[in-house]
Design a binder for this molecule. Structure first.
Ligand code: HEC
Ligand code: HEC
Length: 195
C-alpha cells in the first residue's frame, strides 16, 4: 500500500508542469529549512559524505526529495528537512539547486593514475555514459556524477550494490552487481576527477 502511494506520488510529481517551478521561492524554502548547513552554500558541499546539489537536474532532485519525504530512501538526517514539504515546495527547491552552478571540486585529492585507469575501464565496461551522458553531467531523472564529492560517490555506490539505497528504479543496484570495494573506489575516484 505504502509502495502504491509512493508510486502515485512519483507519477504526480512527474506530471507537474515545469512552469510551476520557481527557483526564487525554492531559495526561500532552502533558507527556512537550512539546507546549506549540510549541503553548503549554493549546494556545493563542504562536508564529508554529504552530496553537492548544485547543478543537479531538477527532475532528479524532485524525485529524490519525494523519496525522502515518503521515507522510501531512508536517511535519518534527511527525514526532518523533507518532512511535510508540499509538491510545489519540492519542485521549487529542485529548481533552485538545479539553477546553481556546479563546479569542478576544489578539494579533490591528487589523481592516482592506476585508479583513474581502472575507473575508466569499469565505466566503459558497464556503460555508465549511456545514461549519465558523455560528460557524466546527467539529464532529467539521471543525476550528475561529475563535480560530486568522491567520498559520497563511493559511499552511495556501495549502498546501491549492497541494496541499502532504494531509488526510483533498480537499474543502479543491478549495474553494480559483482563489483568489489576496490572497483567502486576506482569508479568514484575516476568520476570525481572528470571535468
Ligand atoms: C542535517 C544535514 C542535512 C540537512 C539539513 C539537509 N540534508 Fe539533504 N542530505 C543529507 C545527507 C547526509 C544526504 C546523503 C544521504 C545518503 O547517504 O545517501 C542528503 C541527501 C540529499 C539529497 C540527495 C542527493 C543525491 O545526490 O543523492 C537531496 C536532493 C537533498 N539531500 C536535499 C536537501 C534539501 C533540499 C535540504 C533542505 C530542505 C536538505 N537536503 C537538508 C543531509 C542533510
Ligand atoms: C540504465 C541507466 C543507468 C546506467 C547505465 C547507470 N546509471 Fe547511475 N543512475 C541512474 C539513475 C536513474 C539514477 C538515480 C536512481 C535513483 O533514484 O536512485 C542513478 C544514480 C547514480 C548515482 C547516485 C548519484 C547521486 O547523486 O545520488 C551514482 C553515483 C551513479 N548512478 C553512478 C553510476 C555508475 C558509476 C554507472 C556505471 C557503473 C552508472 N551509474 C550507470 C541510471 C543509470
Amino acid at each position: 500500500m505504502r509502495r502504491a502511494l509512493a508510486a502515485a506520488a512519483l507519477a504526480a510529481a512527474l506530471s507537474l508542469p515545469a512552469a510551476a517551478q520557481n527557483a526564487g521561492r525554492g531559495r526561500a524554502v532552502a533558507e527556512e529549512r537550512n539546507c546549506a548547513q549540510c549541503h553548503g552554500p549554493g549546494g556545493v558541499s563542504e562536508m564529508p559524505i554529504i552530496p553537492s546539489l548544485a547543478g543537479q537536474p531538477a527532475e532528479f532532485l524532485t524525485l529524490q526529495l519525494i523519496l525522502f519525504r515518503e521515507s522510501i530512501r531512508r536517511v535519518p538526517v534527511m527525514t526532518a528537512p523533507a518532512q511535510g514539504l508540499t509538491d510545489e515546495q519540492v519542485e521549487d527547491l529542485a529548481a533552485w539547486f538545479a539553477s546553481q552552478p556546479s563546479t569542478r571540486r576544489a578539494d579533490r585529492g591528487p589523481a592516482d593514475a592506476a585508479l583513474l585507469a581502472r575507473g575508466a575501464q569499469l565505466s566503459a565496461a558497464r556503460n555508465c555514459n549511456a545514461c549519465h551522458t558523455a560528460t557524466y553531467a546527467g539529464r532529467a531523472n539521471i543525476p550528475r556524477i561529475n563535480h560530486q564529492r568522491e567520498d559520497f560517490l563511493e559511499h552511495t555506490l556501495v549502498e546501491y550494490r549492497d541494496g541499502g539505497r532504494v531509488g526510483t528504479d533498480t537499474n543502479m543496484n543491478g549495474l553494480l552487481y559483482g563489483l568489489t570495494d576496490a572497483d567502486i573506489r576506482a569508479l568514484a575516484h575516476f568520476l570525481a576527477h572528470q571535468e
